[in-house]
Structures are given as structure tokens and as C-alpha cells.
Design a protein. Structure first.
Length: 80
């Protein structure tokens, strides 16, 4: 994504449970809120989530604790 999402921004998501490594997805993490992050699959089936917001760091999620809801296909930003 180009910038941090703000109230009023809209995200178009294609519902699917599998995505390619490096794509941005809606991800459900067990015990936490759903999030939009870039997904990279590791060799041991864990998932590393990378935010495009540089103020946040990557998050390692163990196999089975992350669920892909869909792939982000478009972001519509509201004028600032």
C-alpha cells in the first residue's frame, strides 16, 4: 500500500483463502483483530506478516494461527 489507511478509505478484497507470497491480504490472527498486511510464507509453514507502515515491524505467526480471508486488489483513498 502507498500510505497508512485512514477513516473513510476503502479496500476492495477478492475473497480467497490462498495468496502468493508478497501479496497484501486480509489476515485473521488468532486472539487478535484482523489486519491488512503483506504475507510472506516461510519454509516451515509459518507466516511472516509485513506492514507497509514503516512504524510497525514484521510479525511472525505460527502455522494454523493465521487465516487468509482475501487478497487486496484495490485501495481507494479519501482525499486528504
Amino acid at each position: 500500500m502507498i500510505r497508512h489507511l485512514c477513516k473513510g478509505d476503502r479496500v476492495l478484497v477478492q475473497k480467497q483463502t490462498e495468496i502468493e507470497s508478497g501479496e497484501i491480504a486480509v489476515v485473521g490472527i488468532e486472539g487478535e483483530d484482523d489486519t491488512l498486511m503483506r504475507v510472506k510464507k516461510s519454509n516451515n509453514s509459518d507466516v511472516v506478516l509485513y506492514p507497509d507502515n514503516t512504524k510497525c515491524g514484521p510479525m511472525l505467526v505460527q502455522e494454523g494461527n493465521a487465516r487468509i480471508y482475501g487478497k487486496v486488489v484495490q485501495v481507494m483513498f479519501t482525499p486528504m
